[in-house]
Design a protein around this ligand. Structure first.
Ligand code: HEM
Length: 409
């Protein structure tokens, strides 16, 4: 792929095939350009330094309401279809500032509690074992398709109380939702297709929520419907938007944590062996795998007022792309920042973000990953990676594998 302005250093170069397997050398070059720099190709500020990324994510002047919500660009014949998903997306907590954000996050967090997550432990182990039984019997596997993708999809579907058999459809809709977040340049046709998908996603939940109102069930969806704080509840639109967010955020990212993490372990046989022999280090191991090659490489904010950061003046209304991937490899914060150390101490990685939008699903993602890695390492007999068949998906925001082909001895 020949990119326009290929000569100019830009975060957009992550789309180049040479950075697909390893974008970190690009981030290193970007950090040399500045912890805060104006990316001419993207027409955005890009933040690459750890402490500057932290400042942006904690700064109340940096708004999470970063997408254009005007509808004047939508062709008239599509307006009726696109308005509802656009409105619902703007009611997702991820794109809101306080006080709306605090209210919504509070209500959803009342349903999605640590106890609800911990209650999934036994079921997650059972699913991991069942998926492994099938792939081990075959002697080979694309670990993404056979394991890393179905596990989190089934877990979040069961938690929410939607049929796990519908998961093929969730992937398509999550892809549609992801395309809107990814920030890749889309044609009008692709934008419409993405919103058609999100609209169907919402319709799907609309029907299930309607059933729940007459036939309650003991699941997360029901808990979200019933969540109440001082007489306040989630409106239908807020419920829909945040169900889409939970289901979409709940599986794609965790798939990539398992895939990227397993890839990193296979590329570091000593670290692989260390974890296999010492499963008790799993919690710090997962934190390090998140830091080393996280599934969410970037997020964004919009300046509400003029802000001075890293000696640069960011003007009100300008967009800021925050490179979590670069911050996680910043040598000013992490010793041997490009090395994988599963027992790393002081690992304040930013893969789940930071501040008020810190990932609500982090405990679930970590639990799934801990059970997955420990069981994979215990049960896989000498996996051999077929390097030439590995395929990465490129992206500025999401990073993960399409295929992780393994053969077992
Ligand atoms: C390894 C897996 C995951 C990663 C790397 C990840 C990463 C992130 C990041 C970076 C943010 C903050 C974005 C920002 O500040 O702009 C975020 C927010 C969020 N994540 Fe996750 N996530 C993961 C798994 C999950 C899961 C399993 C769920 C739910 C089941 C989830 C639900 C959410 C929600 C609801 C938010 C919005 C929180 C808010 O705005 O207050 N995530 N996630």
């Amino acid at each position: 792929m020949q990119l326009e302005h290929e000569q100019k250093l830009s975060l957009k170069q992550v789309f180049l095939p040479r950075y697909a397997a390893n974008p970190y050398p690009l981030y290193q070059q970007l950090r040399r350009q500045g912890a805060v720099f104006w990316d001419e190709v993207l027409g955005n500020w890009v933040i690459t330094g750890y402490s500057e990324v932290l400042s942006v994510l904690r700064d109340a002047h940096m708004s999470a309401a970063r997408f254009e919500v005007t509808t004047d660009w939508i062709p008239a014949e599509w307006l009726a279809m696109m308005e509802p998903p656009i409105r619902a997306l703007t009611r997702q907590m991820l794109f809101l500032d306080p006080p709306d954000h605090s209210r919504l996050r509070g209500l959803v967090a009342k349903a999605f509690t640590p106890r609800v997550v911990e209650a999934m432990r036994v079921r997650i182990q059972q699913l991991v074992d069942e998926l492994l039984d099938v792939l081990l019997a075959r002697g080979q596997s694309n670990l993404i398709e056979d394991f890393a993708y179905p596990l989190p999809a089934i877990v979040i579907a069961e938690m929410l109380g939607v049929p796990p058999e519908d998961r093929e459809q969730f992937v398509v809709w999550t892809g549609n939702f992801g395309a809107i977040l990814e920030g890749r340049e889309l044609t009008m046709e692709e934008i419409i297709q993405a919103f058609v998908g999100v609209n169907q996603f919402m319709q799907y939940f609309r029907e299930i929520i309607a059933q729940r109102r007459t036939q309650p069930k003991p699941d997360l969806l029901q808990a979200m419907i019933s969540a109440e704080e001082g007489g306040d509840v989630l409106s239908e639109e807020e419920l829909l938007g945040n169900c889409v967010l939970l289901l979409a955020a709940g599986h794609g990212t965790t798939t990539h944590l398992i895939g990227n993490g397993m890839m990193a372990l296979l590329q570091h046989p000593q670290q692989y062996q260390l974890l296999k022999e010492h499963p008790e280090i799993i919690s710090s191991a997962v934190q390090e795998l998140l830091r080393y090659d996280g599934p969410v490489q970037a997020t964004s904010r919009r300046a509400k007022e003029d802000v001075v950061l890293g000696g640069k003046q960011i003007q009100a209304g300008q967009n800021v792309l925050v490179s979590l991937g670069s911050a996680n490899h910043d040598p000013a914060q992490f010793a041997d920042s490009d090395q994988l150390h599963l027992q790393r101490l002081e690992n304040r990685h930013l893969s789940f973000g930071q501040g008020i939008h810190f990932c609500l699903g982090a405990p679930l993602a970590r639990l799934e990953a801990e059970i997955a890695f420990n069981t994979l390492l215990r049960r896989l007999p000498q996996p051999h990676l077929e390097e030439e068949r590995v395929e990465w998906e490129t992206g500025m925001v999401f990073r993960g594998l399409k295929t992780l082909p393994l053969l077992f001895a």
